[in-house]
Write a protein that binds this ligand. Structure first.
Ligand SMILES: Cc1cc2nc3c(=O)[nH]c(=O)nc-3n(C[C@H](O)[C@H](O)[C@H](O)COP(=O)(O)O)c2cc1C
Length: 145
């Protein structure tokens, strides 16, 4: 059965030219590892924080999350949701990145602001829906380009 995990964390990256490289590094490791174990999802990076959805077989999602939690590039990792779902929502993305576009930035800043930047005020559903909508928008934009 497919499980979905949603978390939020604070990034420890300082703003600067290195940040883009670090994100690229995270994404390339994620895509290679996740494809191998059947995990899909999306990652958002913005406003000092990360938000991520992981989907896949329970054990693969748990093991991936264990590794992510140890990563010193972020901290204060807050698990918002974890449980079985009928079907995956990010099936075509081994790890979609939805932090890049202007609309993504605006929308994420919106929910981060609403929560007073306190991760415990975020709901898993709200983050999941936001990441899913952004991923679909980015896919449509890529298809139209
Ligand atoms: C915000 C964030 C999200 C990450 N997401 C994933 C992920 O989805 N899958 C993954 O394998 N590693 C992810 N990582 C990286 C892991 O923490 C770890 O560096 C990586 O899995 C090690 O892979 P390697 O042993 O192949 O180098 C993430 C790291 C951060 C900081």
């Amino acid at each position: 059965m497919i499980h979905r995990l949603v978390y939020y964390s604070r990034n420890r990256l300082t703003d600067g030219p290195l940040t883009a490289w670090i994100i690229k590094d995270i994404l390339s490791a994620s895509r290679a590892n996740n494809a191998r174990v059947g995990v899909t999802g999306a990652l958002m990076f913005n406003a000092g924080c990360f938000a991520q959805v992981l989907e896949g077989p329970q054990q693969a999602v748990e093991e991936t999350f264990e590794r992510i939690q140890q990563d010193e590039r972020h901290g204060d990792v807050s698990l918002l949701d974890f449980g079985p779902v009928g079907e995956p929502a990010f099936e075509t993305w081994s790890m979609g990145y939805v932090g890049g576009s202007e609309s993504g930035r605006t929308r994420f800043a919106g929910i981060a602001g609403e929560s007073g930047f306190n991760p415990s005020n975020f709901t898993g559903d709200r983050l999941f829906e936001t990441l899913h909508r952004l991923a679909l928008e980015e896919e449509e934009a890529a298809l139209a380009a």
